[in-house]
Design a protein around this ligand. Structure first.
Ligand code: NAP
Length: 261
């Protein structure tokens, strides 16, 4: 059974540790963080915590790096004794080449997840360097599937995936909040409006997932001639809804690209 060491027990590190623990067992995860508070949190979660970084490195088959991009370089310098281990980085904008420049010719998988890993519903892209074999990738996918759906992509698409899946839960949440506030304007309490919005969102996603088809085909089914929905669609189009979303993703991709420079 593989052991996964998680460095950085923040939002994402914790989400991965808990997701992987479901698959591997809590005893096969070990976490490390600089903050005492995080050690307590890991204890409450039932995740073993390494007192020193080298304990984690000694025992792990996978070393998952979940610190902020600004902290990764300093951390990588401390990662000696990686031979044979698989280094998994989830840092936005930090390329495999950047990592190799510090740790040398090791087995490296670069991932881009999103916060939905917390509920085992993440969207996780991955790319790898030439040292990782197909067999190792199969095991990696098998293990990390406990955290969400994995997408093997070319590393050149990683910044776009960062925007489309890594950051986009924040945009979806903004849309949910906007709908709920619109409900409040109509006279519902925020709590009621949020519940109605959430149920509608989940139902719509299920509709598309189970019955397939293109979103536009479903929009046509909902939008009756001279009906209510087309009035709302007209307003969205007048304000450039689709264009705004595309610009939002473009701006996020640009920022992700700049992080690596
Ligand atoms: N949040 C997201 O939705 C999301 C989505 C996709 C990808 N990511 C990527 O995931 C990574 C982690 O993001 P996050 O939101 O989870 O950050 P976070 O909540 O700030 O967690 C990072 C943790 O790592 C700790 N840390 C920093 N340097 C360390 C070191 N040398 N050794 C051990 N621990 C160290 C930090 O401690 P201090 O607070 O004391 O610095 C903090 O507790 C980032 O690289 C980000 O690009 C995040």
């Amino acid at each position: 059974m593989a052991i996964v060491g998680v460095i950085g027990y923040g939002n994402m590190g914790r989400a991965f540790a808990l997701g992987l623990a479901k698959k591997l067992g809590y005893e096969n995860i070990v976490a490390y963080d600089l903050e005492e508070e995080k050690r307590k949190l890991a204890g409450e979660d039932g995740i073993p915590f390494a007192k020193e970084l080298h304990f984690l490195l000694d025992m792990s088959d996978y070393v998952l790096i979940a610190v902020k991009p600004k902290d990764i370089k300093e951390l990588l310098k401390k990662l000696t004794n990686l031979k044979g281990k698989i280094l998994v980085s989830i840092a936005a904008g930090v390329s495999i080449k950047d990592i190799e420049a510090v740790v040398g010719d090791q087995k490296i998988i670069r991932c881009m997840p999103n916060i939905n890993v917390l509920v085992s519903g993440g969207s996780i892209a991955y790319s790898h360097n030439h040292n990782v074999t197909e067999e190792e990738l199969r095991e990696f996918v098998e293990l990390f599937s406990s955290c969400g759906v994995l997408y093997r992509i070319d590393e050149s698409m990683m910044d776009s995936f960062t925007a489309l899946a890594g950051s986009s839960p924040a945009y979806v949440l903004s849309f949910i909040d906007a709908l709920a506030l619109a409900g409040v304007r109509e006279g519902f309490s925020y709590r009621e409006a949020l519940d109605i919005t959430l149920n509608t969102l989940i139902g719509t996603a299920e509709l598309l997932k189970q019955l397939k088809g293109n979103p536009n085909e479903w929009i046509t089914k909902i939008t009756s001639p001279a009906g209510t929905t087309i009035e709302g669609i007209k307003k969205l189009e007048e304000k450039g809804f689709r264009g705004i979303v595309m610009e939002c993703i473009e701006a996020t991709t640009k920022k992700a690209k700049s992080l690596g420079k």
